[in-house]
Design a protein around this ligand. Sequence first.
Ligand code: C5P
Length: 224
Amino acid sequence: MPKIIVALDGFSSCGKSTTAKLVARQLHYAYIDTGAMYRAVTLYFYNHHLSLTNPRDVEKALREIQITFRYQPETATNETYLNGLNVENEIRKMYISERVSEVSAVVEVRQAMVAQQQRMGRSKGVVLDGRDVGTVVFPEAELKIFMTADPLIRARRRQDELLAKGELVGLEEIMQNLQKRDYIDTHRTEGPLRQAEDALLLDNSFMTVDEQVEMVVRLADERI
Ligand code: C5P
Protein backbone atom coordinates (compact mmCIF):
# COMPACT_ATOMS: atom_id res chain seq x y z
CA MET A 1 0.00 0.00 0.00
CA PRO A 2 1.44 3.46 -0.83
CA LYS A 3 2.34 5.61 2.13
CA ILE A 4 1.83 9.31 2.59
CA ILE A 5 3.11 12.15 4.76
CA VAL A 6 0.69 13.73 7.23
CA ALA A 7 1.69 17.23 8.40
CA LEU A 8 -0.04 18.72 11.45
CA ASP A 9 0.94 22.33 12.06
CA GLY A 10 -0.55 24.99 14.26
CA PHE A 11 -0.39 27.17 17.34
CA SER A 12 1.03 26.02 20.67
CA SER A 13 -1.04 23.63 22.77
CA CYS A 14 -3.71 22.90 20.20
CA GLY A 15 -3.51 19.19 20.82
CA LYS A 16 -1.38 18.54 17.76
CA SER A 17 0.85 15.96 19.39
CA THR A 18 -2.03 14.08 21.04
CA THR A 19 -3.79 13.87 17.68
CA ALA A 20 -0.63 13.09 15.72
CA LYS A 21 0.38 10.25 18.04
CA LEU A 22 -3.02 8.54 17.80
CA VAL A 23 -3.32 9.07 14.05
CA ALA A 24 0.15 7.54 13.59
CA ARG A 25 -0.85 4.54 15.69
CA GLN A 26 -4.02 3.94 13.67
CA LEU A 27 -2.25 4.25 10.34
CA HIS A 28 0.75 2.21 11.58
CA TYR A 29 2.96 5.17 10.73
CA ALA A 30 5.92 6.65 12.61
CA TYR A 31 5.28 9.78 14.65
CA ILE A 32 7.80 12.62 14.64
CA ASP A 33 7.41 15.33 17.27
CA THR A 34 9.37 18.18 15.70
CA GLY A 35 8.70 20.45 18.70
CA ALA A 36 10.51 17.95 20.92
CA MET A 37 13.62 18.44 18.78
CA TYR A 38 13.62 22.22 19.29
CA ARG A 39 12.97 21.63 23.00
CA ALA A 40 15.96 19.27 23.19
CA VAL A 41 18.19 21.88 21.51
CA THR A 42 16.94 24.44 24.05
CA LEU A 43 17.82 22.11 26.92
CA TYR A 44 21.33 21.71 25.52
CA PHE A 45 21.82 25.48 25.26
CA TYR A 46 20.51 25.89 28.80
CA ASN A 47 22.61 23.13 30.36
CA HIS A 48 25.81 24.33 28.69
CA HIS A 49 25.18 28.05 29.27
CA LEU A 50 25.49 28.75 25.55
CA SER A 51 24.52 32.01 23.92
CA LEU A 52 22.15 32.16 20.97
CA THR A 53 23.85 35.27 19.67
CA ASN A 54 27.35 33.80 19.68
CA PRO A 55 27.90 32.03 16.32
CA ARG A 56 30.61 29.81 17.88
CA ASP A 57 28.21 28.60 20.56
CA VAL A 58 25.55 27.83 17.97
CA GLU A 59 28.06 25.96 15.81
CA LYS A 60 29.38 23.98 18.81
CA ALA A 61 25.87 23.06 19.92
CA LEU A 62 24.82 21.86 16.49
CA ARG A 63 28.02 19.85 16.11
CA GLU A 64 27.54 18.09 19.43
CA ILE A 65 23.79 17.64 19.64
CA GLN A 66 22.36 14.29 18.67
CA ILE A 67 18.61 13.92 18.93
CA THR A 68 16.96 10.54 18.59
CA PHE A 69 13.55 9.05 19.31
CA ARG A 70 13.21 5.63 20.91
CA TYR A 71 10.07 3.62 21.25
CA GLN A 72 9.07 3.11 24.87
CA PRO A 73 6.78 0.10 25.28
CA GLU A 74 5.52 1.28 28.72
CA THR A 75 4.12 4.52 27.30
CA ALA A 76 3.63 3.12 23.78
CA THR A 77 5.22 6.26 22.34
CA ASN A 78 8.52 7.54 21.05
CA GLU A 79 10.50 9.36 23.70
CA THR A 80 13.13 12.00 23.04
CA TYR A 81 16.83 11.36 23.66
CA LEU A 82 19.52 14.02 23.70
CA ASN A 83 23.01 12.59 23.26
CA GLY A 84 21.81 9.22 24.52
CA LEU A 85 19.93 10.53 27.57
CA ASN A 86 16.16 10.35 27.91
CA VAL A 87 15.00 13.99 28.19
CA GLU A 88 11.32 13.41 27.48
CA ASN A 89 10.10 14.80 30.82
CA GLU A 90 12.67 17.55 31.19
CA ILE A 91 11.93 19.18 27.83
CA ARG A 92 8.22 19.58 28.66
CA LYS A 93 8.92 21.75 31.71
CA MET A 94 8.02 25.42 31.88
CA TYR A 95 11.62 26.72 31.89
CA ILE A 96 12.12 25.10 28.48
CA SER A 97 8.78 26.40 27.14
CA GLU A 98 9.92 29.87 28.20
CA ARG A 99 13.07 29.68 26.07
CA VAL A 100 12.27 27.39 23.16
CA SER A 101 10.84 29.95 20.72
CA GLU A 102 13.97 32.10 20.87
CA VAL A 103 16.12 29.05 20.19
CA SER A 104 13.94 27.90 17.31
CA ALA A 105 14.13 31.29 15.64
CA VAL A 106 17.88 30.82 15.04
CA VAL A 107 18.35 30.13 11.33
CA GLU A 108 21.17 27.55 11.76
CA VAL A 109 19.14 25.64 14.36
CA ARG A 110 16.15 25.49 12.02
CA GLN A 111 18.24 24.36 9.07
CA ALA A 112 19.77 21.51 11.09
CA MET A 113 16.42 20.35 12.50
CA VAL A 114 14.63 20.57 9.15
CA ALA A 115 17.39 18.51 7.49
CA GLN A 116 17.07 15.80 10.16
CA GLN A 117 13.26 15.79 9.88
CA GLN A 118 13.49 15.41 6.10
CA ARG A 119 15.85 12.45 6.52
CA MET A 120 13.53 10.80 9.05
CA GLY A 121 10.48 11.17 6.83
CA ARG A 122 11.93 10.50 3.41
CA SER A 123 10.40 6.99 3.12
CA LYS A 124 6.95 8.44 3.93
CA GLY A 125 4.55 6.66 6.28
CA VAL A 126 5.03 9.41 8.86
CA VAL A 127 2.92 11.83 10.85
CA LEU A 128 4.77 14.98 11.89
CA ASP A 129 3.54 17.79 14.09
CA GLY A 130 5.09 21.23 14.34
CA ARG A 131 4.96 24.73 12.92
CA ASP A 132 6.56 24.52 9.49
CA VAL A 133 6.05 20.91 8.42
CA GLY A 134 3.58 21.66 5.63
CA THR A 135 5.37 24.82 4.48
CA VAL A 136 9.10 24.02 4.79
CA VAL A 137 9.89 20.45 5.88
CA PHE A 138 7.50 18.60 3.56
CA PRO A 139 5.71 21.11 1.33
CA GLU A 140 4.77 18.11 -0.83
CA ALA A 141 2.97 16.32 2.06
CA GLU A 142 -0.20 14.62 0.83
CA LEU A 143 -2.23 15.74 3.85
CA LYS A 144 -1.73 19.04 5.64
CA ILE A 145 -3.82 20.12 8.60
CA PHE A 146 -3.51 23.47 10.34
CA MET A 147 -4.82 23.16 13.87
CA THR A 148 -6.12 25.92 16.07
CA ALA A 149 -8.26 26.28 19.20
CA ASP A 150 -9.58 28.93 21.54
CA PRO A 151 -6.66 30.43 23.58
CA LEU A 152 -8.29 29.78 26.97
CA ILE A 153 -9.07 26.19 26.07
CA ARG A 154 -5.48 25.73 24.92
CA ALA A 155 -4.12 27.17 28.17
CA ARG A 156 -6.34 24.88 30.24
CA ARG A 157 -5.18 21.86 28.27
CA ARG A 158 -1.54 22.82 28.82
CA GLN A 159 -2.19 23.38 32.53
CA ASP A 160 -3.69 19.88 32.84
CA GLU A 161 -0.73 18.39 30.98
CA LEU A 162 1.78 20.09 33.27
CA LEU A 163 -0.20 19.12 36.36
CA ALA A 164 -0.25 15.49 35.26
CA LYS A 165 3.57 15.70 35.33
CA GLY A 166 3.58 17.31 38.78
CA GLU A 167 4.17 20.94 37.73
CA LEU A 168 1.59 23.41 39.02
CA VAL A 169 1.55 26.56 36.87
CA GLY A 170 -1.04 29.37 36.94
CA LEU A 171 -3.36 29.85 33.98
CA GLU A 172 -2.21 33.44 33.46
CA GLU A 173 1.45 32.40 33.21
CA ILE A 174 0.55 29.68 30.72
CA MET A 175 -1.59 32.05 28.61
CA GLN A 176 1.29 34.52 28.46
CA ASN A 177 3.74 31.80 27.46
CA LEU A 178 1.47 30.54 24.69
CA GLN A 179 0.90 34.07 23.38
CA LYS A 180 4.60 34.87 23.43
CA ARG A 181 5.56 31.64 21.66
CA ASP A 182 2.86 32.09 19.03
CA TYR A 183 4.05 35.64 18.42
CA ILE A 184 7.70 34.68 18.00
CA ASP A 185 6.82 31.57 15.96
CA THR A 186 4.62 33.61 13.60
CA HIS A 187 7.00 36.53 13.18
CA ARG A 188 10.40 34.89 12.67
CA THR A 189 12.02 35.14 9.25
CA GLU A 190 12.99 31.47 8.82
CA GLY A 191 10.11 28.96 8.69
CA PRO A 192 7.47 31.13 10.36
CA LEU A 193 4.29 29.52 11.58
CA ARG A 194 1.63 29.98 8.92
CA GLN A 195 -1.09 27.96 7.31
CA ALA A 196 0.04 26.43 4.02
CA GLU A 197 -2.27 27.37 1.15
CA ASP A 198 -3.29 23.76 0.69
CA ALA A 199 -3.71 22.98 4.41
CA LEU A 200 -7.13 22.26 5.88
CA LEU A 201 -8.03 24.38 8.91
CA LEU A 202 -9.13 22.40 11.94
CA ASP A 203 -10.47 24.30 14.96
CA ASN A 204 -10.72 21.68 17.66
CA SER A 205 -12.00 23.92 20.49
CA PHE A 206 -15.15 21.89 20.83
CA MET A 207 -14.05 18.54 19.47
CA THR A 208 -13.07 15.46 21.42
CA VAL A 209 -9.72 13.82 20.77
CA ASP A 210 -11.53 10.83 19.24
CA GLU A 211 -13.40 13.09 16.83
CA GLN A 212 -10.19 14.80 15.70
CA VAL A 213 -8.35 11.52 15.22
CA GLU A 214 -11.24 10.03 13.28
CA MET A 215 -11.37 13.07 11.01
CA VAL A 216 -7.64 13.11 10.28
CA VAL A 217 -7.50 9.33 9.70
CA ARG A 218 -10.44 9.59 7.28
CA LEU A 219 -8.72 12.42 5.39
CA ALA A 220 -5.51 10.40 5.28
CA ASP A 221 -7.34 7.29 4.02
CA GLU A 222 -8.81 9.35 1.19
CA ARG A 223 -5.28 10.23 0.08
CA ILE A 224 -3.60 6.84 0.37
O1 C5P B 1 5.17 21.68 19.64
P1 C5P B 1 5.80 22.31 20.86
O2 C5P B 1 4.88 23.24 21.56
O3 C5P B 1 6.43 21.32 21.77
O4 C5P B 1 6.98 23.17 20.26
C1 C5P B 1 7.81 23.96 21.08
C2 C5P B 1 8.36 25.13 20.31
O5 C5P B 1 9.26 24.65 19.31
C3 C5P B 1 7.36 26.00 19.56
O6 C5P B 1 6.80 27.02 20.35
C4 C5P B 1 8.23 26.58 18.45
O7 C5P B 1 8.94 27.71 18.93
C5 C5P B 1 9.24 25.49 18.18
N1 C5P B 1 8.91 24.71 16.99
C6 C5P B 1 9.29 25.21 15.77
N2 C5P B 1 9.10 24.48 14.64
C7 C5P B 1 8.54 23.28 14.70
C8 C5P B 1 8.11 22.74 15.94
C9 C5P B 1 8.31 23.51 17.07
O8 C5P B 1 9.82 26.32 15.69
N3 C5P B 1 8.38 22.56 13.59
